[in-house]
Design a protein around this ligand. Sequence first.
Ligand code: ADP
Ligand code: ADP
Ligand code: MG
Length: 666
Amino acid sequence: MFKKILIANRGEIACRVIKTARKMGITSVAIYSDADADALHVKMADEAIHIGPPPANQSYIVIDKVMDAVRQSGAEAVHPGYGFLSENAKFAKALAEIGVAFVGPPVGAIEKMGDKITSKKIAQEAGVSTVPGYMGLIADADEAVKISNQVGYPVMLKASAGGGGKGMRIAWNDDEAREGFQSSKNEAASSFGDDRIFIEKFITQPRHIEIQVLCDAHGNGVYLGERECSIQRRNQKVVEEAPSPFLDEETRKAMGEQAVMLAQAVDYASAGTVEFIVDGERNFFFLEMNTRLQVEHPVTELITGIDLVEQMLRVANGEPLSITQADVKLNGWAIENRLYAEDPYRGFLPSIGRLTRYRPPAEIVESDHIVRNDTGVYEGGEISMYYDPMIAKLCTWAPTRAQAIDHMRNALDGFELEGIGHNLPFLSAVMDHPIFMAGDMTTAFIEEQYPDGFEGVNLPQDALRRIAASAAAMHRVAEIRRTRVSGRMDNHERRVGTDWVVTLQGHRFDVVIDADPEGSNVTFDDGAVLRVASDWTPGDQLAELQVDGALLVLKVGKISGGFRIRSRGADMKVHVRTPRQAELAELMPEKLPPDTSKYLLCPMPGLIVKVDVEVGQEVQEGQALCTVEAMKMENILRAERKGVVARINAAGGDSLAVDDVIMEFE
Ligand code: ADP
Ligand code: ADP
Ligand code: MG
């Protein structure tokens, strides 16, 4: 086996590879940009080499710089992770030239599968089912319209060089085909430096299901089951699981065998993924092959017990596979949630900044459940604007899907993350969504279920009761602490009352607390009683409570007269008052949030690219007002309603902070 490897990547995937290297007794070398000098992957690696400035196109994806680091390190092999140079044939060739192993497939396989048109043709020849469409090149918008009509709407226009969900558009009619052709082409040219576009049928109500393959250089290949990745936002995966709740044994076998057939048609040797789109009748069609380790590989590891990074290293070292298809057993169910630094309350715009609090739930390996968290960050670390907004991949495993989901709910509840906007509440909402729970999702799930974005969750009555009882019990503990601190040394417990009024999410619960040394019985006015026990003490930001014997994990902050509590996708103010205080509170006029409808606020820290309107101009609902660039993405801010521009406070080139007022309306 290799003695030393270099990991040509950063973030969680670099950390992931280092872990296996350490387990196998291999010395690991990290590379890092200026922005990553203090990054976790650098701290974890045995050695680290600086390779340049923060932007990836001046560091992590500059082949010459990475090659210099490889030579300097004396590494015998390079693991590329995903993204960056992982599917770059030139990089693999450069390594071969100096006799360093590329921990990935042979150059020929990368080249053939890196291009969507070429790979589709190879798949067709290998007898793999492909999406119907036109695989030639399309010259102009007129031809795009003509071919779209031949294929039949709806169609998908795709960049042949595309990846990461970029360079693709759906079209339902001629106008959209014309427009989609142009925008795909532009996006492909700027993202991939290659503007070739092709057209295929858009499979409606589709599911994304992919097969993990593993092949060696001796002609052996196996498939390690599938991953269902249908929960996507803008063609980017958010939640994945293995196995798929949709496949039967027969379809799984057919897809697996076709995937291995395709891999062997290009002499594949390494771990790889063959992606399929599957329609409602379980017809499956080849989409593309990713010739690298996939972001969501942990769910496969959890149900097969196979360490994919170890297998990749062994194959790269020339070893034959030690497993046959008959050895592959799918055991239990695994779910992955991708935690992104994207603010769900602000249209999922990327968020950057310091992680003032980062406490993931404990990783657990037990016979009946596993919690695994793959991450590249730590508390106090920074999420920068230069790279992917992924913070962590939280995975759970259990014997059944329902149990794995339940462990995921608790793990999300216990995940403390502060300082930046993030999608934790959204993920909690998905885990509780009836369509997800039933396993009935398609790739349109997020778009269909959250058409106006995400506005938090309104919890059902029984969940509100459990939280109300917990808040009352916590409030009582805080009150006892408070009277004690204020020096009234006589029987302080008795001075704190037993009757409380709890309000949350517009509901009022009148409760009576009967406390004993082990906990409290909380009685509601309809006679129902909940037993609450916890060792929470005032100041703790995470409360783990047993409510009638079931675990309830709450994120708790102090506000005047109660708590800010976050749980299961809900973020709420919970007030706990004495009956007298409640009476007074009802008489108080409700404080309305400030009216910001007359302002266009900057939704994220970013750079104003251009302002599209002028003072005095009337704008219509949906009209573009200005463009803000953040995390390399241009975001067009549009008018929410008809109005007249009264003031403009920013111009092209200005950098703005969150909530800075860009313009005001009359
Ligand atoms: P997965 O299927 O593993 O989720 P994605 O296609 O979403 O893979 O890509 C994984 C990572 O690689 C993402 O960070 C994505 O931005 C990046 N990526 C994928 N393809 C390309 C490409 N052609 N050029 C640049 N980055 C890419
Ligand atoms: P990328 O290289 O960006 O990952 P893919 O070809 O894998 O591109 O497509 C990404 C996603 O777009 C898929 O997971 C699927 O949700 C959707 N998609 C792609 N092609 C089709 C199609 N023909 N019909 C329906 N959905 C599609
Ligand atoms: Mg894909």
